[in-house]
Each structure stands twice: as structure tokens, then as C-alpha cells.
Write a protein that binds this ligand. Structure first.
Ligand SMILES: [Zn+2]
Length: 330
């Protein structure tokens, strides 16, 4: 079973919730391949590099805190999205990140010269892995002028070609938009009209419209917290529905038998009491304390910031003007 996380900008906080749920209740699912686009690829790399739940949440806030001093969110030309992502990756990824991710992390990219979708999964060094992730998050005119290269070829965000890649028919898809993905929010709506945005099914609903805005402008604190909890709850619902929460013993048996976890488990011991107990415990759906702590600390930091002023110091303005100079020359 493989996982796929949709590209979704700041709505990546939904992926954080889902990732925390997988880590807590079904770590065996993280042994397969993980694919993703843009913010989804960032979530995937954190899971494959075994970042702790608190680190995973902090990595997300690194981006939000970087963007939040600026009005107009990602669209503010003074905000350097690529620099912010690069700094975050260099801070959080372990030295052997490329080894952990080769063959397992499948990043969806759009090749600039022909607009075709390319999925990459081989990384010879940590820097090359970071380059691939920077390509995956490059949005022309928002991230800069020239797209970055991965092994000499220029790529950009796969929102232009395949925003929710699937590796095979067993790929579990995760998306913060209400639609037809395996794990996604379920809104009360007519469910009649769907839009297909490069492979991501999006229902035409009022809530999805406001989610769309949240892709580019970091949502309010309480919305962000709710979205993270929603990712956690929707993933938990999926695990319960598909009987994917199991006890240590059954997991050990399945590791030994390997691969087809679901069929092995149900054939071996369909009535395992410990498994049932674990599923009942999970019904409570509590978010781990470590996540809540990270949220609390970061919200405190955000509220202490004077948004506009912090971006308008003479030093910052000069730095940003230098960065923007290619625009004027072009
Ligand atoms: Zn069991």
C-alpha cells in the first residue's frame, strides 16, 4: 500500500494532521512508497526521514512563520518562498535523507520545456534531494523568475501537470479538498459537481472555495488548528473503515510475512482481542500532546509579530530589492 499527498500550499497543515495519525496509529503504512506534489512532497519527505511528530509540525510552521509577516501571503514579491523552503529542509532533514528517500519518495514535477509530468525517485545526495523538492514547490512568478534544476533539467510545481500522483491501484490518496480522494474532508453539499484539477478531484462547494484561498494565504490560527485536526480525524476514519489499526503482535507477524498486510492479517487472526482493543482506544481521536505544544508555541510567536513592520526595515527592503532585480532587468 502506497500513500499520495496532494499539492495544496498552506493547506499542508491538513497533511500534518493525517501524517501524525499514520505515525500514531498505523506506522506500518509508512513502510511503502510515498508520493506527493508540492506541499504533499514536503510531508512525504518528513515521514520517510522519520522526523518526530513535533519536528514534522515545526517544519510546517517554519514555512508559515516565514510567510506570515507579509501581506498578500505567497503573492507578496518580498516573500522568498524558495529560500524559506530550502532553509527548512536544511534544518530538518537528516544527513542520510537521500539514502532513506531513494526508491521510496516519488516526487511529482512538471518539466518546464514541454510541460510534461515527471516522477522522480533517485537522489544521489542530500543536496539533490533538496533540489528536487525545491523544483516541486516552484510556482512561476510567485517563487521567482527562473525555475530550479534537478540533474540539469528545469522543473516546476506539478500543480500544472499532476497534483495528486498515484503509483498503482493500491495508492491511498490524501487531499485537503472535499472530493473523491480516499482521505479528504466530507462537506455537506449536493456532491453533484466535481472539478478535476490535474488529477485532484474537487467538489464545487462553498467550503472548497474558501480552502482554495487558504492555499496561498496562511489561514487564521483557529482555522489552521481545525484543519490539522480534520486531517487527523479523516485519516483515522479511513484506518478504522479499512481495519488498518493493529496490535504489536499482529504487526510483527505481518512484517515477517511482509507486503500484503491486510490479507495476511485478516487470514491469520481475524478476532485478535488486542487489535480490537487498539481500535477502540483510537476511537477517542486525540491529537498527540507534542503537536498541540508546537501549535501553541507558534501561535504565540505569530501573535507577537507586528506583521507589516517586520517586513519594512530598511535592511529587509534592500535585501528584497536586490532579489527582485532580475524582474527589472527582464
Ligand atoms: Zn492483533
Amino acid at each position: 500500500m502506497n500513500l499520495s499527498f496532494a499539492g495544496c500550499g498552506f493547506l499542508g497543515v491538513y497533511h500534518v494532521g493525517a501524517a501524525v495519525c499514520f505515525r500514531t496509529h498505523a506506522p506500518h503504512l509508512l513502510r511503502g512508497k510515498i508520493t506527493g506534489a508540492s506541499a504533499g512532497a514536503l510531508t512525504a519527505v518528513c515521514l520517510l526521514c522519520d522526523l518526530s511528530i513535533a519536528e514534522l509540525t515545526s517544519a510546517y510552521f517554519h514555512l508559515v512563520n516565514g510567510a506570515n509577516p507579509y501581506t498578500f501571503g505567497l503573492f507578496n514579491p518580498l516573500f522568498d518562498l524558495q529560500k524559506c523552503i530550502k532553509e527548512g529542509l536544511q534544518k530538518f532533514l537528516p544527513e542520510d535523507a537521500h539514502e532513506r528517500c531513494t526508491g521510496k519518495l516519488h516526487i511529482s514535477l512538471t518539466r518546464v520545456y514541454d510541460g510534461k509530468n515527471v516522477i522522480v525517485s533517485q537522489y544521489n545526495s542530500r543536496d539533490e534531494l533538496i533540489n528536487a523538492l525545491l523544483c516541486a514547490c516552484f510556482i512561476p512568478m510567485i517563487s521567482g523568475v527562473l525555475p530550479p534544476r534537478f540533474y540539469g533539467v528545469r522543473y516546476m510545481d506539478s500543480g500544472f501537470s499532476d497534483n495528486l500522483p498515484t503509483l498503482d491501484e493500491h495508492t491511498v490518496t490524501v487531499s485537503p479538498f472535499c472530493g473523491e480522494s480516499d482521505i479528504c474532508p466530507r462537506d455537506d453539499s449536493w456532491k453533484m459537481f466535481h472539478l478535476n484539477w490535474t488529477n485532484t478531484s474537487i467538489e464545487i462547494s462553498k467550503k472548497n472555495f474558501s480552502r482554495f484561498r487558504g492555499m496561498f494565504f496562511a489561514p487564521e490560527q483557529d482555522v489552521m488548528m481545525k484543519m490539522c485536526q480534520s486531517g487527523f480525524d479523516d485519516a483515522l476514519c479511513f484506518l478504522q473503515r479499512n481495519i488498518l489499526i493493529n496490535c504489536e503482535r499482529c504487526l510483527t507477524i505481518s512484517y515477517a510475512n511482509d507486503d500484503n498486510f491486510m490479507s495476511q492479517h485478516t487470514e491469520d487472526d481475524p478476532e485478535c482481542e488486542k487489535c480490537i482493543e487498539k481500535r477502540n482506544e483510537a476511537k477517542e481521536g486525540f491529537m498527540p500532546e507534542s503537536v498541540l505544544n508546537v501549535f501553541e508555541t507558534n501561535f504565540r510567536m505569530l501573535s507577537q509579530k507586528s506583521y507589516l513592520l517586520s517586513s519594512c526595515t530598511p535592511e529587509n527592503l534592500w535585501k528584497n530589492l536586490q532579489r527582485l532585480s532580475p524582474w527589472f532587468i527582464a
